[in-house]
Design a protein around this ligand. Structure first.
Ligand SMILES: [Zn+2]
Length: 383
């Protein structure tokens, strides 16, 4: 179990309403997680051009840890990302934006300040307490580009919500935009590593030296997310065509949302990364891929619903994990069983199917994964 330092809200933060605070306390009570669960919660990120991510991270890659990464130290955050080769990886990045990117910033005009923080309801299906409230925040959009941002947010949601079980449950979601007015259009590190843009959330590719890793100042994100009535899931769109993204799912937000996903606004594959990331944040699902060098898992039974130490026979006998679905056809192909390898370990842990989206981008959630997502939706709908 691990506790991360909470970030102090910036002075510009809108105070959370009493209702939101009450929900945060409720959630905080349920925040105890095993070490494995926390690692899995590191956000899914990034970019695969036209090809599915493959399952097994290469130990030869310097960005791939030999084992599941240790808890991030104070001042650092864990992120999950998918490199251009499609291999999933984890890394730890500094919380603080590099100084060369963080300032100095031009003072914003009165008109820019007046528009900054505007909240718009994009899709409304019901009261916030009864719906999953998805909040999009844009970075690298100037005052004149806020309409573009709204269009990009709608388009991204359309892509995400095409995937099951979102598609069959669209009515469970409200979608909001919060305008963040940037001084310059585009984000740092696009197209080149040395490009610096003066933006509201300090979004930058080449985060910690990794081109496709799109980091943000999570404290600034929080200050904007707090302006929405009830943020349950936060997606930051960097105004860019470049392939990239990131996921911060180990963030404990006083605002009450489960993690932050970043994605480039105009790359077609970034929605897949966001969907994988919500598998962690909403579905509480573990990654089903492995690091080859990790060997055999010997820890406690993981809390995630889609990995287990148990065999098929043990799951059946104990009525545990995905026993209900054993032998059924799964939307990602094949039948649900117990496939060795998952939760970053090639041995000693089992996953429900050969190749779901929690293992390979571009795939479907498997049957237990779909149910976990639906359960996650309903954690936010008061049902
Ligand atoms: Zn993941």
């Amino acid at each position: 179990m691990q506790h991360r330092p909470r970030r102090s809200p910036t002075p510009s933060d809108a105070p959370a309403s009493a209702g939101i605070r009450a929900r945060i306390r409720t959630r905080a009570a349920g925040r105890g997680r095993t070490r494995l669960r926390l690692t899995a919660a590191a956000a899914g990120l990034a970019l695969v051009t036209g090809l599915a991510a493959t399952a097994s991270a290469s130990p030869a890659d310097s960005a791939a840890p030999a084992s599941a990464p240790p808890p991030a130290a104070s001042g650092a955050q864990q992120v999950e990302y998918f490199g251009p080769d499609g291999h999933p990886r984890h890394t730890t990045v500094p919380v603080a934006t590099p100084k060369r990117l963080a300032g100095p910033q031009r003072a914003r005009s009165a008109a820019e300040l007046a528009a900054d923080g505007d909240v718009t309801s994009v899709i409304r299906n019901g009261a916030t307490a009864k719906k999953v409230d998805v909040v999009f925040i844009g970075d690298g959009y100037t005052l004149a580009q806020q309409k573009d941002f709204h269009a990009d947010a709608k388009a991204k949601w359309a892509q995400i919500s095409k995937v099951e079980p979102y598609a069959s449950n669209r009515k469970l979601f409200n979608v909001w935009t919060v305008d963040a007015v940037s001084n310059q259009s585009g984000v740092s590190g696009d197209p080149g590593k040395d490009v610096v843009k003066d933006t509201a959330l300090d979004a930058h590719f080449w985060c910690d030296g990794i081109e496709r890793l799109l980091c943000v100042d999570t404290g600034k994100v929080e200050s904007y997310a707090g302006k929405a009535p009830d943020a349950d899931l936060v997606i930051v769109l960097g105004n860019s065509r470049k392939y990239g993204g990131a996921g911060y799912n180990d963030i404990t937000s006083p605002v009450g949302y489960d993690g932050i996903a970043t994605a480039s606004s105009d790359h077609p594959d970034s929605a897949q990364v966001a969907v994988h990331e919500t598998g962690h944040s909403l579905g509480k699902l573990a990654d089903e891929y492995v690091y080859d060098t990790n060997g055999t898992y010997t820890g406690a039974e993981p809390s995630a619903p889609n990995i287990t130490k148990m065999s098929v026979a043990e799951m059946k006998a104990k009525k545990a994990k995905w026993y209900r679905y054993l032998g059924q056809n799964s939307p990602d192909g094949g039948k649900v069983g117990a496939f060795e390898g998952g939760g970053y370990y090639p041995r000693g842990l089992y996953r429900p199917t050969a190749d779901s989206i929690m293992r390979t981008l571009g795939k479907e959630f498997n049957l237990p994964g779909r149910q976990a997502m639906i359960d996650g939706f309903h954690r936010h709908t008061g049902r």
